[in-house]
Design a binder for this molecule. Structure first.
Ligand SMILES: Cc1cc2nc3c(=O)[nH]c(=O)nc-3n(C[C@H](O)[C@H](O)[C@H](O)COP(=O)(O)OP(=O)(O)OC[C@H]3O[C@@H](n4cnc5c(N)ncnc54)[C@H](O)[C@@H]3O)c2cc1C
Length: 459
């Protein structure tokens, strides 16, 4: 690796080597644009990390993505054969929802929708009138209000609330639809209805890229670290600086000066025409000597869900058949877990023969205190919950691991307009500075890839 101090001037400096930063570097490299990337951790990937132990392959961060845009599919096409898209097994089309302590399948078709006990008789009738309901006029309407207004309370409680727990570890009463679920918001705004809008949209002509957005559940074959490794393997090593600390970014006339300490503690300065951050909002505090904390306040103060992920590996699974994506838990069930994924049912080759993996999520916006519990107390709690819900004690447990994320998922809540205004104001005041990452543009894997593609295009 080239010593840091010999670097001089680069077109683009990227801060953060998670999925967003690495995809951006990869796209710039393909376009022949000069870049350099600084990552604080000694390993790349940010929250995207796969582990291997005793024949099990499991994720400690994101488990699955959705092919919600064409860019994420194109990224895999570009990285093949070093990394391949792993589409979820058919069984994972089933989603379980807890109702009065028992799992109920979330209906997918019309018949299932009519028969399901998850929604009230009244709401099932009400849904028929959804296309004729008036369009909302409040751009700051929360997800809870919008769903209650268009679909009814039982849809909110038994479908949307657990879905929001699963994606945002969030609270539908706090998330603002326009920012948290923009596609849903736009369906109502552009077509007047979720149902009618989805039908009309599916009939509109699509670009080649849009045709690839099939909304399937996916991972990278062998785990998401293979995606990260494939990206890294296509990048020149001398441009990736891992384990950098004490970063200060200053502004020169038409460029940015970045000073960091490298792994051996050596201080180095380098100049970039553009500076793109992909860290969390909290990570920007104190990073720039030309921006006051006041100007960054709305970004630094973004609310994050604190999440605990507990991985349990079983050599021989003797519990109920896990023929589903996982189980999500509505808040009104008042359990101590948000939900549990069945990674070994979603993807093949993740466990030894007969084994199973459970990935349980706890905490979130509604129970932030859970992250402060000791490992022992957490394990006791998760075992109690999963024993009641999935009879885990009947199976042969190989190991359990706990991962805590103090800044897991940014919440696109009522603070979103102020945050986006602050980002716009800073980017206009300091041309060449771009504040990216999941502080805006979506938290999902496909959103992160799209943002990186879009940035590379505009550069
Ligand atoms: C537990 C968990 C589960 C999730 N599950 C899913 C899921 O199932 N599906 C899905 O689509 N999404 C999921 N997400 C969200 C998704 O994983 C993230 O939005 C996405 O991976 C973020 O990528 P990123 O590169 O933007 O940020 P990050 O992965 O956070 O990377 C940012 C990088 O910046 C680095 N950094 C910070 N400060 C500095 C600094 N001063 N100098 C240099 N580097 C710095 C960090 O070390 C980090 O590596 C999940 C997230 C978490 C935490």
């Amino acid at each position: 690796m080239e010593p840091l101090k010999e670097q001089l001037k680069k077109k683009v400096v990227i801060i953060g080597g998670g999925l967003t930063g690495l995809t951006l570097a990869f796209m710039l490299e393909r376009k022949g644009i000069d870049w350099i990337l600084f990552e604080r951790s000694p390993v790349p990937g940010g929250v995207m990390q796969t582990k291997k132990r005793d024949g099990f392959i499991y994720e400690t961060g994101p488990n699955t993505g959705i092919t919600g845009n064409g860019e994420v599919v194109e990224l895999f096409e570009m990285l093949a054969p070093d990394c391949n898209l792993d589409l979820a097994n058919h069984a994972s089309a089933n989603r379980w929802i807890l109702r009065n302590g028992k799992w109920v399948a979330l209906p997918s078709g019309l018949i299932g929708g009519i028969k399901t006990p998850l929604f009230s008789f009244y709401d099932k009738f009400r849904i028929l009138a959804e296309p004729f309901r008036k369009r909302g006029t409040n751009p700051m309407e929360t997800v809870a209000n919008m769903v209650r207004r268009r679909m009814g309370k039982t849809y909110l409680d038994n479908a949307v609330d657990p879905f929001i727990s699963g994606i945002y570890a969030g609270d539908p009463d706090q998330l603002v639809t326009k920012y948290a679920l923009p596609k849903l918001y736009n369906l109502e705004q552009n077509y007047g209805s979720f149902i009618g809008g989805s039908i009309k949209k599916s009939k509109e002509p699509k670009s080649e890229r849009d045709k690839k957005a099939t909304r399937q559940v996916f991972a990278a074959k062998g785990g998401f670290s293979n995606l990260i490794n494939a990206l890294v393997s296509r990048l020149p090593k001398e441009r990736l600086f891992m384990g950098t600390t004490d970063m200060i970014i200053s502004k020169a006339e038409e460029s940015f000066t970045v000073t960091v300490k490298n792994l051996s503690g050596e201080k180095t300065t380098l100049i970039g025409e553009k500076c793109i951050t992909t860290t969390g909002g909290y990570g920007l505090k104190g990073m720039f000597d030309f921006i006051s904390d006041d100007e960054l306040k709305a970004i630094i103060d973004m609310k994050y869900a604190k999440v605990v992920q507990v991985i349990m590996a079983f050599k021989q699974w003797n519990g109920p058949k896990l023929n589903a994506f996982g189980g999500l838990i509505p808040s009104k069930e008042k359990r101590n877990i948000l939900g549990v994924l069945f990674p070994s049912s979603i993807f093949t080759d993740r466990t030894p023969e007969g084994g199973a993996l459970l990935s349980t999520f706890m905490g979130g916006i509604k129970k932030p205190e859970i992250i402060g519990m000791s490992d022992e107390a957490l394990l006791q709690l998760v075992h109690k919950e999963l024993d009641e819900l999935l009879s885990v004690s009947s199976s042969n447990e190989a190991f359990t691991e706990i991962y805590r994320y103090y800044h897991a998922i940014p919440q696109y809540d009522a603070g979103s307009p102020a945050k986006l205004e602050a980002i716009d104001a800073l980017e206009s005041k300091h041309p060449g500075l771009i504040l990216a990452g999941n502080i805006r543009g979506g938290i999902g894997i496909a959103d992160r890839v799209k943002q990186a593609f879009d940035l590379a295009e505009t550069l």
